[in-house]
Write a protein that binds this ligand. Structure first.
Ligand SMILES: Nc1ncnc2c1ncn2[C@@H]1O[C@H](COP(=O)(O)OP(=O)(O)OP(=O)(O)O)[C@@H](O)[C@H]1O
Length: 262
């Protein structure tokens, strides 16, 4: 893989108008190969700002953010976004929600329906194509949101606390589904969360962030998600002493940084 491939933050900072503290300070970070990079941190540490830079919704005040070597200046179908509230269109059925982005890209109707049905099958919603989104559970709606992002076949998935609104059981199911899709499709993923167990389970690279100013304070290479993708059960991984030790280490680091601020 060439060093210019993938997503690259180079000393990126964001200062919002009227703010004295940067929301994000001097962030250098790469998402390449088949990485699942998870940014974890408490409220206000700049996670959404980081994701918005990658999506092209926001430009850095200093530094640069590149995708495949090119400066990101606007949103692109190559970088698919999955939002926390799934942002589905309530007046469209499931199939049309999934195909919506393809319609904007002027993909012909027959092809977009075929692609939408294929990704609905990947998230196990093939039997719900003609349902309205308000007829679905929260977990199913989030799977539609994931299918919509995958329909455009993006090179990178950007996920903004995608499972935060789900109950604990559905949340675990969605984490496992994401790793299964990752194994099958080999997408790069940048996911933000404030859930420590989720971060440790999913990440191949975990970045811990801290607020005021929002910045990266630690980076950990992890392999629990790869182990799940290779066939080990989630229960066996999450009860493994090394998983528990990593979770406790991360928790301690977050509390240590909180303590320094007070
Ligand atoms: N549009 C804005 N204008 C001014 N300040 C902002 C704006 N958006 C975010 N901020 C501030 O920038 C900092 C980082 O915000 P950001 O939303 O990126 O953090 P976060 O880690 O995603 O937080 P949360 O988990 O609460 O969503 C916070 O102090 C926030 O108040």
């Amino acid at each position: 893989m060439s060093p210019t491939q993938g997503l690259q933050f180079e000393a990126a900072s964001v200062i919002y108008p009227g703010q004295s503290q940067p929301a994000l300070h001097n962030v250098t970070l790469r998402v390449a190969d088949d990485d699942v990079v998870v940014a974890l941190g408490p409220s206000g540490c700049g996670k959404t700002t980081l994701l918005n830079l990658a999506a092209g919704f926001l430009q850095p005040s200093q530094g640069v953010v590149r995708f495949n070597g090119e400066r990101i200046s606007a949103p692109s179908a190559a970088r698919g976004v999955v939002f926390q509230d799934n942002a589905l269109l309530p007046w469209l059925n499931v199939l049309d929600n999934v195909a919506f982005g393809l319609k904007l890209q002027r993909v012909p109707k027959a092809e977009r329906e075929q692609r939408a049905r294929a990704v609905l099958a990947q998230v196990d919603l093939q039997d719900f194509a003609s349902q309205h989104v308000w007829q679905l559970s929260g977990g199913m709606r989030q799977r539609v949101g994931l299918a919509r992002a995958l329909a455009a076949d993006p090179q990178l998935l950007l996920m903004d606390e995608p499972f935060a609104a789900l109950d604990a059981f559905t949340r675990e199911q969605m984490q496992e589904l994401l790793l299964q899709l990752w194994r099958r499709n080999g997408k790069r993923i940048l996911l933000i969360t404030h859930d420590i167990e989720e971060a440790v389970f999913l990440a191949t690279h975990l970045v811990l962030m801290s607020p005021r100013p929002g910045r990266i304070v630690e980076r950990l290479p992890l392999d629990f998600g790869r182990r799940y993708a290779a066939g080990e059960s989630a229960r066996s991984i999450k009860s493994d002493p090394s998983f528990i030790a990593t979770r406790e280490h991360v928790l301690a680091r977050i509390f240590a940084h909180r303590g320094q601020e007070q």
